[in-house]
Design a protein around this ligand. Structure first.
Ligand code: CMC
Length: 428
């Protein structure tokens, strides 16, 4: 028998179906709630609201589980490559060696960006934030590839738009970095793997390839894999909701990039390093900063701590903390903020305020320290998060279209003035 949930309102009881996911997650299907009762639900921040049924990523915040298409994040981070994970997320299955090689070649054909896009870089002020540039440049791809505007493309056309975006994103990201230095851009070197090519364009010079240590390439794969998807978070929900209006892929992802930028979301990786630097420059007294984070009259929050869904630990943070130790050791780097981060984490995990609220280090707490060790400036960190999240956004956009989901349009409870008559300005 199908399980139901009842809601009583205005003296009447209504039954609603209960849907169970493949991991036994339960949801009350209230899609007919308003039709049946006249009422809506109110859930600011969508803390209890499922917006879709998705087969991309499974996350259990109580148990600290994260899986892409059923595969544990720990296995993927350790054994896979970023391009393979991108394929898995977007197409649903792990590719064979031949399929992956075909996919790599397809990507290679589209890594160049239109030369006219360079003019955008000339227009940006030299100190403009990379995330603003990234959302602008990704949105602008729709101008260079107008075929992406067709709201009803064939499967092949949709796939070409997806491949172009995946292929061009590393070029755009590395060119943003080059332009921030005032250096000439470096062109893609097809044949290198996706991540190596990106690092080469970022740290190579003009036509001179750079020697990149295998540890650096491997750390970058790991970081990008760990960021690749995270079910219905703020930026992904943005991508799906923008895409639900039939906006093209580039516009949808550009909106997702803007959503990611905020310090409560992907922008936290930049904010963490800035916070750790502040603490260091202030004498390194972590107790003082923990007290500030707990003080409700102080807007300061411990950046890189807490998560909407993880209430035990963030499995990505566990892997990144270990990778951080490994990378710094292999590269022979001694970063004083790492000690501060560890001290802060240790103190917070014992502190009743953080224990009561189940606040743990999240993915952003240690990632910035690795990015810094690899040679990236602080304001590039969130752009790297976006590069990693791209396959997830694409997979979720594609799934939303395949499911033929309706346009996203939440309701509200109106709390403004009731009807009143207009009074002309002379009489006010
Ligand atoms: N420092 C101090 N107090 C905190 C923190 C923090 N980092 N995070 C949450 N709290 C407190 C918050 O004040 C509230 O306390 P009270 O119940 O007394 O009012 C309680 O914990 C619950 O917090 P919330 O803001 O209601 O929780 P949320 O689920 O709405 O927010 C969050 C989640 C990630 C926005 C929040 O924990 C936060 O602001 N963290 C710092 C920013 C950060 O690191 N963001 C990156 C998230 S992971 C990357 C990603 O995927 O986006």
């Amino acid at each position: 028998m199908t399980e139901t949930a009842s809601i009583s309102i205005d003296g009447k009881t209504h039954e609603f179906p209960v849907i169970t996911g493949t991991e036994n997650e339960k949801a009350i299907d209230i899609s007919k709630l308003r039709d049946q009762t006249g009422a809506i639900t109110l859930d600011p921040g969508f803390k209890n609201t499922g917006a879709t049924q998705s087969a991309v990523t499974f996350l259990d915040g109580e148990k600290g589980i994260l899986r892409y298409r059923g595969y544990p994040i720990e296995q993927l981070a350790e054994q896979s490559t970023f391009l393979e994970v991108a394929y898995l997320l977007i197409y649903g299955e792990l590719p064979s060696a031949t399929v992956l090689e075909e996919f790599r070649k397809k990507i290679d054909r589209h890594t160049l960006i239109h030369e006219d896009m360079k003019k955008f870089f000339d227009g940006f002020p030299s100190k403009s934030h990379p995330m603003g540039q990234l959302s602008c440049l990704v949105g602008a791809l729709s101008a260079f590839y107008p075929e992406s505007l067709d709201p009803n493309p064939t499967e092949e056309e949709e796939d070409l738009t997806i491949v172009k975006l995946l292929a061009k994103m590393p070029t755009i990201v590395s060119w943003i970095y080059k332009k921030s230095l005032g250096h000439p851009v470096m062109y893609p070197r097809n044949g290198l793997n996706f991540v190596h090519n990106f690092l080469n364009m970022t740290f190579g010079q003009i036509t001179e390839d750079v020697e990149i240590e295998p540890e650096v390439v491997s750390a970058m794969h790991k970081l990008l894999i760990l960021h690749a998807d995270h079910e219905q978070n703020c930026s992904t929900s943005t991508v799906r909701i923008v895409g639900s209006s039939n906006a093209n892929l580039y516009a949808s992802i550009s909106a997702g990039i803007s959503a990611l930028w905020g310090p409560l979301h992907g922008g936290a990786n930049q904010a963490v390093i800035e916070m750790l630097e502040n603490i260091k420059n202030d004498g390194g007294d972590s107790a003082k900063w923990l007290a500030k984070a707990k003080d409700k009259n102080d807007p300061f929050r411990l950046m890189g701590f807490g998560h909407r869904v993880y209430k035990n630990f963030d499995p990505r943070a566990k892997i990144i903390k270990k990778a951080c130790d490994d990378v710094l050791e292999r590269l022979g780097i001694n970063d004083p903020v790492l000690d501060i981060a560890k001290e802060l984490e240790e103190a917070a995990l014992k502190d009743q305020y953080f224990v009561d609220r189940k606040l743990y280090p999240n993915v952003d707490f240690y990632s910035g320290i690795i990015y810094r060790a690899l040679g990236f400036p602080t304001d590039m960190f969130t752009v790297l998060f976006a590069l990693g999240r791209l396959p997830g956004w694409i997979a979720q956009w594609k799934e939303m279209r395949a499911n033929k989901e309706p346009i996203g349009r939440p309701r509200q409870v109106y709390t403004g003035s009731v009807i009143r008559d207009y009074v002309s300005i002379e009489k006010r």
